[in-house]
Design a protein around this ligand. Structure first.
Ligand SMILES: C=C(O[C@H]1C=CC=C(C(=O)O)[C@@H]1O)C(=O)O
Length: 408
């Protein structure tokens, strides 16, 4: 465990109500951005009061929660608002695979929040960065695109091999992904990417945490008070026009409905022991984004007993939207066929406050930014009826979100 910024002294936290910020993303003073924004609402943060970096481990969610209890739980807090996201918060992003990759939690120095007509400003720690000079973001230029570790032929071979295993009865579904690299002339300012993503994908959760930037449509879990909510996505059709026949085709596709049902059923089954009053419609809905349409199932429940949002994240991750069915066989097959490290792609990303409220998405339609380089990831669910060329095309449609964020 690595705590980069000391937290030996109790943090001093002050939240004050402020007038509504016109634009949360525009308030970020520099590229080391923390963000979780949808339809103009959410949280942005900057500076670091404390950071936790965890190696892999099935227990990473428990360890994160314990660390948070010791940092946020012991803070001296002035929080007259007392709403989800006011007072001390941490932004976080967990590795997809318990056996590989790091997970990161960051308690920022400053948080700006806006939800349901309320806005607030929180400073954490003695040395507030509130007066941090706003450096104007400059759009990335001179972008060169190149293959990642999993290029198109590799991805198609992996899909074909997975289909064989599924047809042979080894498993029912696996999600396979590929990566793509972009190199710019100068370090990439994540705020430009956030701006473009938030404008083009307002219904997605535009996020940034420790260099992982994206706009995910998939809500793993929101916990506010006793209520929990999830939006399960799986089953996709590419879209470059408003043609409604695409939505009809997707809705009628037996292959996509099967792919979707594994994910929706697992989320229901994982939430059922934690909740009463769990509701889930019998049929999926359609979620229309500018590049793709997804099958979507909203699941809602009331927690049966007090649990932090991270407990629910731990119960859900990895869902078959990013892993497969059964989970363990799918994870083994991903390691065998994908061969790249996913890092924090397809892992939980979001925020949590000291009350245990928070919102966590699945880190999709995202890229890991390191200096002038970006590594983009996209994948799709494979079932017995999947076709390698169609899966490649689907992943390329999903890449379009981040390609646009980087290239404009
Ligand atoms: C794995 C990804 O998407 C998942 C979420 C929604 C739809 C999916 C699908 O239809 O395959 C995937 O399960 C990705 O975007 O990289």
């Amino acid at each position: 465990m690595n705590v980069a910024v000391g937290v030996s002294d109790r943090l001093v936290v002050r939240t004050t109500a402020v007038s509504a910020p016109e634009d949360l993303v525009a308030r970020l003073p520099h590229s080391e951005a923390l963000a979780w924004v949808r339809h103009g609402e959410g949280l942005v943060g900057w500076g670091e009061a404390a950071r936790l970096v965890l190696p892999g481990g099935e227990d990473r969610f428990v360890r994160a929660r314990e660390w948070l209890a010791s940092v946020l739980g012991t803070a001296t807090v002035e929080d007259p608002l007392g709403v989800p996201g006011s007072g001390p918060v941490a932004f976080g992003s967990f590795s997809f695979d318990a056996k590989a990759g790091e997970s990161v939690l960051i308690v920022p120095r400053v948080v700006l929040g806006h939800r349901d007509g309320r806005s607030w400003y929180t400073t954490i720690g003695e040395h507030s960065e509130s007066l941090a000079l706003l450096r104007r973001p400059v759009a990335p230029s001179g972008i060169r695109w190149s293959d990642g570790e999993v290029d198109a032929p590799h991805h198609m071979r992996a899909v074909a091999a997975a289909v064989e295993r599924i047809r042979a009865g080894h498993l029912s579904k696996v999600v396979l992904a590929q990566d793509l690299l972009a190199t710019a002339d100068a370090p990439i300012d994540t705020r430009v990417l956030l701006r473009r993503l938030a404008d083009r994908f307002p219904s997605c959760y535009t996020f940034a945490c420790a260099g992982l930037v994206g706009a995910t449509p998939e809500l793993l879990v929101r916990r506010m008070g006793g209520e929990v909510e999830s939006l399960v996505l799986a089953g996709t059709i590419a879209r470059d026009s408003a043609d409604e026949s695409l939505a009809t085709t997707l809705f009628a596709s037996a292959k996509d409905r099967e792919e979707h049902s594994y994910a929706a059923d697992m989320v229901r089954d994982a939430l059922a022991p934690l909740c009463h009053e769990l509701t889930m419609p019998d049929e999926p809905e359609l979620l229309r984004l500018s590049n793709v349409i997804h099958l979507a199932t909203p699941v809602r429940g009331r927690l049966a007993e007090e649990r932090s949002v991270l407990d629910v994240v731990a119960a859900l991750h990895p869902t078959p939207a990013v892993g497969g069915t059964p989970t363990d066989s799918a994870l083994d097959l991903i390691r065998e066929l994908e061969t790249m490290e996913r890092g924090r792609y397809a892992g939980p990303v979001g925020w949590i406050d000291a009350r245990g409220d928070g919102e966590w998405g699945i880190a999709l339609r995202c890229a890991q930014i390191e200096g002038a380089r970006a590594r983009l990831y996209a994948g799709g669910g494979i079932v017995a009826g999947s076709d390698p060329a169609a899966e490649l095309a689907e992943a390329q449609s999903k890449f379009r979100a981040m390609r646009y964020a980087i290239d404009g």
